[in-house]
Design a protein around this ligand. Sequence first.
Ligand SMILES: [Zn+2]
Length: 133
Amino acid sequence: MSRTPQNSSTKISSFVLVIIFIGLALSLSALMVALAYFGSGNEVLAGYFLLVGFLGVALSTYVLFQTRRRIMRLKIEIPPVTTTIECRKCGFKSVREFQRGDYIFKEVEPCQKCNDKMLITAIYREVKEKLSP
Ligand SMILES: [Zn+2]
């Protein structure tokens, strides 16, 4: 409960992002060097730098998209907040999604069974345990 995996993973991804941008900058400068070598007529060295540059750009953009996808997945997987409503008279229980303005002991819609007032008794976040294969 006290662990915050989301915080550490966003820290890691920003570190990865910095590395990706450094790689991208290096690849772009390799392409510039390649252009300079083409200008001076050294086509073998130019071809080599061109290859390194393109490989670098391709690799950095690939890693960038992979990281972005992972961050998006993390954002989507926030577990929903659930509100439990209980009838004081007959004990009828109802569970629904948290709605704005919900608080514990708030009186909500009448009971489906006895028409008495119902109270919110619990508000919690449903944490789905991940089963690692
Ligand atoms: Zn009731």
